[in-house]
Design a protein around this ligand. Structure first.
Ligand SMILES: [Zn+2]
Length: 423
């Protein structure tokens, strides 16, 4: 069964929107939750109607667990994000963010407009507890009472949702950022309500760069503009965080130029993979091996998939086109990723063009000679690789935009010494 089938399964059982379920499912699977467990958790989230009974008790946030069915908490509102979702076939506006007291913080979703503002101190009576990614989450709905407190509660967290791009993670809601628009493109997509105009591109600040989508094109979003975006939410797109600007977001020019960093965030491979995906990251490690499917390969002319014996999974027998690609395993002791080099980067490490590679393969009557030559050129050496990291059921892949051999490689020097010393 594909992810799509599993989502269909849950959505039809519970009568909820399939796309929402699919997004959630994809998220859980990306966090390496086994499929069965992920489905169970979503069945709980979308409610098999089992909210349980019992009188809600008042609890510090740190003590709220998914085992509680209903609780009463007194907390400070950290963030409020507004979003429109499809719920049981209808469009519904929800409010979501985080609440905190002095013991901890917790995510919430409000199904009604309680007029929550960041900084408010509230007592939420009879809030429903659900589990999300193994964590408890509060649902404020019809049966919940919200009371405003006069005295603000002191909490050890920032209030209001201001963040740098490097701090954002998929799932963040009600966030505010000050960024420069680096790239922007207008597109027409086939959306929920028919054809929709959207903007997509890349934005940056001093801490990093991220892709974004503006679902309700704002005229202030233009190339080079420095803007403050309020109430955006972060989703995962191709395994990396992506900023979503909605009809509820505000976009205002700022009277300074936000300097967007040119360099990528440098990370060790293990933590980078654990983060679940990064749009622009720099990893350094040793190439352990060159994987199958490298060198001279063939692609379907329709969809670009790699094919063998002219058979495409979607398009049957095709007149395949030749291409160059490298899939190399990079390791730094903390983890491994598969680095994918496109045709140009592959030509660089191979030391020849696609035509050279074809001639090489013809002369030797073996396609593998191309991959073999690439392996000889890069295996065992240390590389600094920049690109976009995605982590999914197929593993951790870094689509490289640059692949540079580390010149001051201590191992090179050691090897040079050893070979000099050899008889
Ligand atoms: Zn195809």
């Amino acid at each position: 069964m594909t992810l799509d089938d599993h989502a269909e399964d849950i959505a039809s059982d519970l009568g909820v929107d399939k796309e929402e379920v699919k997004d959630d499912l994809k998220n859980l699977v990306n966090y390496s939750v086994p499929m069965d467990e992920a489905k169970q958790s979503l069945r709980r989230k979308y409610g098999d109607g089992s909210s349980g009974g019992g009188t809600p008790s008042s609890k510090p946030i740190a003590e709220v667990t998914p085992a509680d069915s209903n609780v009463t908490v007194t907390a400070r509102v950290l963030t409020v994000g507004q979003r429109s979702i499809q719920y049981q076939g209808d469009e519904q506006v929800i409010f979501e963010g985080e609440l905190a007291d002095d013991t901890g913080k917790i995510s919430y979703t409000a199904w009604e407009d309680f007029g929550l503002e960041p900084g408010d101190t509230i007592t939420a009576g009879n809030a429903n507890v659900r589990e999300w990614e193994g964590q408890p989450e509060l649902n404020l709905g019809e049966s919940t009472s919200i009371e405003l407190a006069d005295e603000p509660l002191d909490v050890p967290y920032d209030i209001g949702g201001d963040a740098t791009l490097a701090e954002l993670a998929p799932g963040d809601r009600g966030s505010n950022v000050e960024v420069q628009i680096l790239e922007v493109e207008a597109k027409t997509i086939d959306g929920r309500n028919g054809e929709t105009d959207i903007l997509s591109g890349v934005l940056g600040d001093e801490s990093g760069r991220l892709p974004f989508t503006d679902w309700q094109p704002h005229s202030e979003i233009e190339p080079g503009a420095s803007v403050r975006l309020e109430d955006v939410f972060v989703r995962e797109f191709r395994g990396a965080p992506s900023i979503n600007v909605s009809e509820f977001s505000t976009v205002r020019p700022v009277d300074r130029t936000v300097e967007a960093t040119q360099s990528a965030q440098q990370m060790a491979i293990g933590p980078a993979v654990e983060s679940g995906g990064l749009f622009d990251v720099e990893l350094t490690g040793n190439v352990l091996e060159v994987r199958d499917g490298s060198g001279l390969i063939e692609r379907c002319p329709e969809c670009g998939r790699v094919v063998q014996n002219d058979q495409c999974r979607s398009h049957g027998t095709v007149d395949a086109v030749d291409d160059l690609r490298t899939k190399a395993i990079l390791d730094d002791g903390t983890g491994t990723v598969t680095v994918v080099l496109d045709d140009e980067l592959t030509a660089d490490v191979y030391g020849g063009t696609l035509e050279d590679a074809k001639e090489h393969a013809r002369d030797e009557m073996d396609k593998e000679v191309v991959a073999d030559q690439i392996a000889r050129a890069i295996v065992g050496f240390e590389y600094v690789v920049r690109g976009s990291l995605s982590v999914d059921e197929y593993g951790a892949n870094l689509d490289a935009t640059s692949f540079i051999r580390r010149e001051d490689d201590p191992k090179d020097r050691a090897q040079a010494l050893i070979s000099e010393g050899e008889p």
